[in-house]
Ligand binder design. Structure first.
Ligand SMILES: [Zn+2]
Length: 423
């Protein structure tokens, strides 16, 4: 599409400018600033702007308000609404940068900066695609929406989850959702695995360290839990394979990460150089991060942990535990025959002259809220950039990749919102 190609420089400039707004999360900086920037950009082109603060969401405060923006451009005729959703937050730069993480520098056909690929490049591509489409076909049918939302990197509760609860993603208002996360310009991401986080605490009995027989060591109990995991759980998970096209392929198995393990006295605080006191630990805690497949259920995932703890209990007379569920997300997979999938697939075919690759994500992103709360299942992630670069130093997005994926997005708009006189 020539109309998109002609906006190449504008796309680069827009990406750089978005990177220069340091929307660091946590704590949640500059959300209002980036929402106002998007408002100034889209309002003059006929988009109606709604600014929504997720009042009371986790992390929302007067110092760090969770602002979101939704821009909606109505066509001339009734029809369906295509929504592009991008999160505006970025993770902290960390160490190892050779360029300014918030400079938006352009070099060797790439735009550099924190959030370049995850996902300000995708946001910019969707904006330019929508602008090109609206300029060329102002009399289209239906509506185009572009949202910039908060907190995806910390769960999305002050962003898409909040908006979904307020009805912004209900199927009566929005019929197609594209999330321009950096999955690569010729891949369609259909969904993601499930998440289950839990905390196990084992209990013991405190005593003097010189007479451990008078106490009961909670860390030894937890050690028995880990041993049982090695014995039975990890092999069982590794044997479970999904039909979901998860990338990278090792994530097609069920996985468990022991996120943290702590027992006994607290780690010495900074500056304390004395010795620890001799105590038998009466508590040990372990946080589990379990990622599960669409073929599994959250009840099954939890049940498997409970069964494991009960097996340990049967072998250890004084074993006592508590299991707390911290949070969870059910897996989601959009059907390959869903309209948005078929449309974007044919646009990829038209731009690259090849079939798209269908993938699923090992971790979750905002699609979870659109599906679970919004009840909108015609949703995919599609956008420019390489996922492996996300959260890395010297993160970048390729300019050609952005232009190409903006073409795919614009063609998809054309197919879904064809002006009546062309239909
Ligand atoms: Zn992202």
């Amino acid at each position: 599409m020539r109309e998109v190609e002609a906006r190449r420089d504008e796309l680069v400039a827009l990406t750089s400018e978005l990177i220069r707004i340091p929307t660091l999360n946590p704590p949640g900086e500059a959300y209002l600033e980036i929402c106002e920037y998007l408002k100034r950009r889209l309002e003059p082109q006929g988009f109606a702007i709604e600014m929504i603060r997720a009042v009371g969401a986790p992390g929302d405060s007067d110092r760090y308000p969770r602002w979101n923006v939704i821009a909606r451009r109505e066509g001339r005729y009734p029809g369906e609404c295509v929504h592009f959703n991008s999160h505006t937050d970025v993770v902290e730069p960390g160490r190892g940068w050779t360029l300014d993480p918030f400079g938006g520098e352009v070099k060797d056909g790439k735009v550099y900066g924190r959030g370049a690929c995850d996902m300000k490049g995708g946001l910019a591509a969707s904006i330019v695609a929508a602008e090109a489409f609206v300029a060329l076909f102002p009399d289209f049918s239906g509506a185009v929406e572009i949202s910039g939302t908060a907190d995806e990197e910390t769960g999305g509760f002050g962003g898409v989850a909040y908006l979904a609860e307020k009805g912004f993603f209900s199927p009566s208002r929005v019929q197609h959702v594209i999330i321009p996360e950096p999955l690569n310009k010729d891949r369609i991401c259909l969904g993601h695995r499930g998440v289950w986080w839990g905390e196990i605490e084992t209990f013991g009995h405190i005593a003097h360290g010189s007479m451990p027989f008078l106490g009961d060591c909670a860390v030894r109990h937890m050690g028995a839990v880990v041993a049982e995991m090695e014995q039975s759980l990890f092999p069982a998970l590794a044997a479970r394979q999904t039909d979901m096209p998860v990338v990278p392929p090792p994530a097609r198995r069920s996985t468990l990460n022991i996120n943290s393990f702590h027992g006994g006295l607290d780690e010495p605080k900074d500056g304390f150089s004395g010795f620890p006191s001799p105590l038998v630990p009466d508590s040990a805690r372990m946080v589990l991060d379990r990622r599960y497949l669409i073929e599994e259920s959250p009840e099954g995932v939890k049940g498997e942990i409970v069964a494991l703890l009960e097996r340990v209990k049967a072998q250890r007379p004084s074993f006592d535990y508590e299991l707390k569920e911290l949070w969870g997300v059910t897996p989601t997979m959009t059907d390959r025959d869903a309209p948005v999938v078929k449309t974007v697939a044919s646009a990829i075919q038209a731009v690259f002259d090849r079939e798209p690759e269908y993938v699923a994500s090992p971790g979750t992103y905002d699609q979870k809220h659109i599906a679970r709360i919004g009840k909108m299942y015609n949703c995919i992630a599609y956008g420019p950039g390489i996922l492996d670069l996300a959260h890395q130093p010297d993160e970048y997005v390729g300019i050609d990749d952005m232009v190409d994926s903006a073409k795919v997005m614009a063609l998809s708009l054309l197919q879904l919102l064809m002006p009546v006189e062309l239909a």
